[in-house]
Design a protein around this ligand. Structure first.
Ligand code: GCU
Ligand code: CA
Length: 578
């Protein structure tokens, strides 16, 4: 059976405690995540496939690493630099192998070798990712190369009746994991990667028939003792999702996001993708949602943001692209050319509010799916709800709406537009946005705990000599409190709060005089707002609201307003706690 990394297990349990403790809308992810202790949050960085494609070189990879740092993306958390396919050397029979049957590196493209490249990337404070596919190369079998540290050879473990999927040099045979030496072969390859300084390994061309390879690579990576984030690719079967989750840190939920519709060889070059390749991910992300969680993520594929419209998406579509990836808690691996970042896209990628949504460790559920209208929602550990509204159409505006009931929210919520950072005020029970084709709106909805609670003045306590009057109309409840005209006159309420927080309180008052009636506002005996002016409202029947923010502790709070001048308090109708 599999080794259990105790340290990793502890880290994972700690990380799980937050999102799961408060989970209500989002079902907890399956308990058995990869227990290697890695990728507690979705990976962020860059991968060579979309832009560099079939022609990676050490100079190109270094240039992208440099740009990751100089652009400031690294400081926002984009730290992985992943070299994808086509670093290998091939001949007419497939991969050229080393003396132990492992792929060799094309020394024309990588003259300094992979270790030197990894060292360079590490020197920048970044992490190095690498690429492999299942099986053993035909050239290893032909040469019958020895398996490092064992008496076995390639022919002892290869199943030459079956060819593995490989997109590049092909000619990969299945490994028969019933044969002695099979695990040791994969171990020797993983050891080489660990020695080179690999921090992230993508194993591509993986299907359900490759579960023995996926298991062997998981064992092998752990056995190296080096923390190596383990990513599976691509178009994995959802029927085996619990297995992917148990063995790996991420798994591609679909085929490539690239359109292969560029003018270069094999459809390379701009455009890198198109809107159809983004919109097709909404349904798969919805279907895979239950399987994402700390330690294991649904990988929606590379993020095609960085080079403006030429990637094949409008700026509205690019914002929707990042919004969906953030909501789904997908890895954020940029596919674009970071040496040519455009300002609009850089602003998108460095938006910390968006990154926080991606890194909250919660995969959103789709709650509206009606034609071009989509609404996604998730609840974060602190009780905030994140809601994304989309118009996925290509023509015509759409007014997309969601009710708090649909999102699992109760009572009013304070809204923040996460793309702009602007406050949307407090909204009682629903939200809607009119969106251009391809546009999104992403909001954080912070519930006002328990909604607004009204405390009538006539139900509070007050200075001796005050009266509850009803002679000036327009008040709420059965009357208002009229205090004596004296310094120190007060009205006091008991105010509950579920949590310790800064809460808005609204005082309704009337002052029919021309003079101010300033008051102190105290919470639990401490003045938190001093001498707040309550100026004349024009008439005793004209009521005005003053909203102040006050710190409340969890539980019962004593909130008091006290006149600071000889005029006493204005007439007081109520206090609303938001
Ligand atoms: C008037 C008014 C009262 C008010 C008082 C005051 O008497 O009718 O409602 O409280 O003035 O000056 O405080
Ligand atoms: Ca009075």
């Amino acid at each position: 059976m599999r080794r259990i990394g105790t340290l990793g297990r502890v880290a994972l349990v700690l990380a799980l405690a937050l999102p799961l403790g408060a989970g209500r809308l989002t079902a907890p992810p399956p308990a058995a995540a990869s227990d290697n202790g890695l990728s507690i949050r979705p990976a962020m960085g860059w991968s060579s496939w979309s832009f560099v494609r079939r022609w990676p070189t050490e100079a190109k990879i270094k240039a992208q690493a440099d740009a990751l740092v100089s652009s400031g993306l690294k400081d926002k958390g984009y730290i992985h630099v992943n070299l994808d396919d086509f670093y290998q050397k091939c001949d007419a029979n497939g991969f050229v192998v080393d003396s132990h049957g492992r792929w060799t590196v094309d020394e024309t493209a990588f003259p300094s070798g992979i270790k030197a490249l990894a060292d360079y990337i590490h020197s920048k404070g970044l992490k190095f990712g690498f690429y492999v596919t299942p099986g053993i190369a035909k050239n290893a079998v032909t040469r019958n190369t020895p398996i490092e540290g064992t008496p076995y050879r390639a022919r002892d473990i290869a199943d030459t009746t079956r060819q593995e999927k490989n997109y590049n040099c092909k000619n990969m045979y299945y490994i028969d994991y019933g044969k002695p030496g099979s695990q040791e072969f994969v171990n020797s390859w993983a050891r080489q990667f660990a020695d080179w300084g690999v921090d992230y390994l993508k194993i591509d061309g993986v299907g359900s028939h490759d579960i023995p390879d996926v298991r062997a690579w998981d064992r092998a990576l752990r056995a190296t003792g080096r923390p190596i984030t383990y990513a599976l690719s691509n178009n994995l079967a959802i029927a085996d999702a619990p297995t992917w989750r148990q063995l790996a840190n991420s798994w591609r939920t679909q085929g490539d996001v690239e359109c292969y519709c560029g003018p270069g060889p094999n459809g390379s070059g701009y455009p890198l993708t198109d809107w159809g390749h983004i919109t097709s991910r909404f349904t798969s992300a919805a279907n895979w949602q239950p399987y994402a969680g700390p330690g294991g993520w649904n990988d929606l594929d590379s993020l095609q943001i960085g080079n403006g419209d030429q990637v094949g998406l409008t700026s509205d579509q690019r914002r929707s692209h990042l919004t969906l990836w953030a909501m789904a808690a997908s890895p954020l691996l940029l596919g674009t050319d970071l040496t040519a970042l455009n300002a609009t896209d850089k602003a998108m990628l460095t938006n910390e509010r968006l990154i926080a949504v991606n890194q909250d460790g919660v995969a959103a559920r789709r709650i509206v799916n009606a034609g071009a209208q989509q609404v996604w929602s998730k609840r974060e550990a602190n009780g905030d709800h994140i809601i994304a509204l989309f118009n996925t159409g290509t023509s015509g505006n759409q007014t997309v709406s969601v009710t708090w009931a649909q999102a699992g929210l109760s009572g009013p919520a304070a809204i923040t537009d996460l793309w702009s950072g602007r406050s949307g005020g407090t909204v009682s029970d629903s939200y809607s946005a009119t969106l251009r084709p391809g546009e999104t709106r992403l909001i954080r909805a912070a519930p006002r705990s328990g909604g607004t609670v009204r405390h009538e003045a006539e139900n509070g306590t007050w200075t001796a000599g005050s009266t509850v009057d009803s002679n000036h109309g327009g008040f709420s409840g059965t009357g208002f409190v009229n205090t004596p005209n004296a310094t120190g006159a007060y009205v006091e309420w008991s105010v509950e709060s579920a949590t310790a927080r800064d809460a808005p309180v609204t005082l309704r008052y009337a002052n029919g005089t021309a003079d101010g009636r300033p008051m102190d506002l105290s919470v639990n005996g401490s003045v938190v707002v001093a001498n707040r002016p309550f100026n004349g409202t024009g008439a005793w029947t004209t009521w005005a609201d003053a909203t102040l923010t006050v710190p409340l502790k969890a539980g019962t709070n004593t909130v008091r307003v006290t006149a600071t001048t000889a005029g006493g308090a204005p007439n007081l109708d109520f206090l609303d706690r938001g």
